[in-house]
Design a protein around this ligand. Structure first.
Ligand SMILES: [Cu+2]
Length: 251
């Protein structure tokens, strides 16, 4: 819901008004508009970029700080006719993605854990993450499952039988990220029949949530006159005001 703010309220855009006091309890969001009502002032230097209608409407088009001043000599410098506001992102913050629930993967799908299956083809379109489980299904006594290292995987070297899983329905929970290698320890099943599986486990739900990017400082602002308010414009104005003041003082 966009809000229209009449700068300065009843006082409008005038001399000797504390605009920061006016602004301090207001929340400006993208899409809100500032209405600057005045009969004898303008908004911002240089003159070609100024709004001079006396009823200037500025739409706050992006988040960030905005600076506005009156460009008439001494109005800003001596009479505080300036305002700075911070525009907040009006869009609702995107909801953080819900962590995916743990998945249970039956290795090899309907084929289960047997010889002569291309387990890499089975795995290639799947994303394994910490918390997921692998189920190795096979006829008990015909196969087994060993978790091995990369070398043992490559060379099909089975660890001692005591380290194997042999139930025929072996469930392995993926407890940490990284590469995991599994082979069948029955002679020739790994080496001659490709009964082996390597997967990469991602951190998944345990990873820190992706931070919502903070809105960066905006440097341009849409307005009815399509002019741009920038920090440098304000600095140029302040510099000019100081110069004018110095000249007046010397004269
Ligand atoms: Cu086997």
């Amino acid at each position: 819901m966009a809000t229209e703010y009449w700068v300065g309220g009843d006082k409008g855009w005038s001399l000797d008004v504390d605009y920061q006091d006016w602004a301090k309890d207001k929340t400006f969001k993208v899409g809100d508009t500032l209405v600057v009502m005045t009969s004898s002032h303008d908004v911002l230097l240089p003159p070609s970029e100024g709004l001079t209608t006396g009823h200037d409407v500025i739409t706050l088009a992006s988040p960030g700080k905005r600076w506005y001043t009156c460009g008439f000599p001494t109005h800003c410098s001596d009479h505080n006719q300036k305002i700075v506001i911070t525009v907040e992102d009006g869009a609702p913050a995107p909801a953080p993605a819900a962590p995916a629930p743990p998945m249970e993967y039956w290795v090899g799908g309907e084929k289960g854990w047997i010889i002569d299956v291309d387990y890499q083809a089975w795995a290639k379109d799947k994303t394994f993450k910490v918390g997921d489980t692998l189920v190795f299904k096979y006829t008990k006594g015909h196969h087994n499952v060993f978790k091995v290292n990369q070398t043992a995987f490559k060379d099909c070297i089975a660890p001692p039988p005591s380290e194997g899983l042999t139930s025929g329905h072996d469930v392995i929970t993926l407890a940490s990220p990284g590469k995991k290698w599994y082979i069948c320890g029955v002679p020739t099943h790994c080496s001659d029949h490709n009964q082996k599986l390597v997967i990469t486990v991602e951190a998944g739900a345990l990873a820190p949530a992706t931070p919502i990017p903070a809105p960066g400082p905006a440097t341009k602002d849409g307005s009815s006159n399509s002019y741009k308010v920038t920090t440098s414009a304000y600095k140029i104005f302040v510099g000019g005001a100081v110069l004018i003041w110095t000249i007046l003082t010397l004269v």
